[in-house]
Write a protein that binds this ligand. Structure first.
Ligand SMILES: Nc1nc2c(ncn2[C@@H]2O[C@H](COP(=O)(O)OP(=O)(O)OP(=O)(O)O)[C@@H](O)[C@H]2O)c(=O)[nH]1
Ligand SMILES: [Mg+2]
Length: 323
């Protein structure tokens, strides 16, 4: 059977092998991915993000448990789970994940950004195509939050769960800076520790400010206190995630707009990455770049015109054409 058909028929071993090839930067996966992309389930992706140690994995673990109780099969992609800040929690993650990995209805895959070849962004996007095609009911991606990750989860997820904790003025600063604007649902986790209500009201203020700008038909992000360690608040959290999913069913034009802006961001990201690769490798392209640098330094050509010339493959020294 063709590799793509194996994945589409629900062969998770074939899916796992394909993801390994994606991670190695094996370009022969392209036609396989093409087929999976055309024939996948088009499931919405839940992105779980937030600062290191906020309890993202513990929440994901609870979500997996609830999914399984409803008979759903679930795939989880954890990006760079070995965060140096919460090194101590990794072992805990592994033990919990190990419990689920024995479950044939759960597929868990970790992806590290360090020490790898090729672009992480493309590896994540391509792996999500595989997860979408392998016959699960839910897809979850865990990433370390805003500003700390190479991966911008808002390009991949249709629902973003932003996990916060009560502690740390840093988070309040982040709210003020608008860094937390991306959440569709907020969890204030570790609600058993002091300051949870203060965090909830700070988030509420920021969400109300943002939604005030967006108008009536827009989604109002709920803020839910959770204690992931014992499951308190997790049912409510799942209800909020499902409600966001139904919001898109009721407002298909909003979903269409989101999907288009995500596709645009991905395309531009990949073009930018390809350009960077093109000029970082030795050879003709790098030489041309260096040549244009000489032109800029010598003030024979200004940087913006040089960029245009470089993009159009003009040799250094040719007369700048300014568009
Ligand atoms: N007190 C308390 N601790 C919690 C709660 N949820 C998670 N923790 C603990 O917080 C620590 C970090 O939890 P993780 O789930 O690994 O956090 P994470 O956000 O996935 O961390 P990274 O992936 O390393 O960024 C662990 O020791 C958890 O047991 C909670 O509700 N209350
Ligand atoms: Mg984690």
């Amino acid at each position: 059977m063709h590799e793509a058909d194996l994945v589409l028929s629900g062969n998770w071993r074939a899916a796992a092998k394909l993801i390994s090839r994606i991670e190695c930067g094996d370009e022969s996966v392209t036609p396989v991915l093409q087929r999976l992309y055309a024939n996948g389930a088009r499931l919405p992706v839940l992105g779980v993000t937030g600062p290191p140690g906020a309890g993202k994995s513990t929440i994901v673990d609870q979500l997996i448990g609830r999914c399984r109780a409803s008979g759903h099969r679930v795939a989880v992609l954890a990006i760079d789970p070995s965060s140096p800040i919460t090194g101590g929690a990794i072992l805990g993650d592994r033990i919990r994940m190990a419990a689920h990995s024995a479950d044939p209805g759960v597929f868990i895959r970790s992806m590290a950004s360090r020490g790898r070849l090729g672009g992480l962004a493309a590896a994540v996007g391509n792996s999500l195509i595989v997860l979408d095609a392998m016959g699960v009911d839910r897809i979850v991606v865990e990433t370390v939050g805003v500003g700390q990750s190479e991966i911008d989860i808002s390009r991949h997820a249709q629902t973003i769960l932003l996990v916060q904790t009560p502690t740390g003025g840093d988070h309040i600063q982040a709210i003020k800076a608008g860094l937390l604007d991306i959440g569709d649902v907020y969890a204030v986790n570790k609600a058993d520790t002091v300051g949870a209500d203060r965090m909830v009201s700070a988030l509420r203020e920021s969400v109300e400010f943002r939604c005030g700008r967006n108008g009536g038909e827009s989604w109002q992000p709920p803020i839910i206190k959770t204690q992931a360690i014992d499951g308190t608040g997790v049912d409510e959290l799942i209800d909020a995630i499902e409600a966001h999913r139904r919001h898109f069913v009721a407002h298909p034009e909003q979903l269409a707009q989101l999907l288009r802006s995500q596709a645009r961001a991905l395309l531009i990201e990949q073009v930018t990455e390809a350009m960077q690769n093109r000029y970082s490798q030795h050879g003709g392209e790098l030489e041309r770049l260096e040549g244009w640098l000489d032109e800029i330094i010598a003030r024979r050509c200004h940087p913006y015109a040089a960029a245009w010339m470089l993009l159009h493959g003009r040799e250094p020294g040719s007369i700048p054409i300014i568009q």
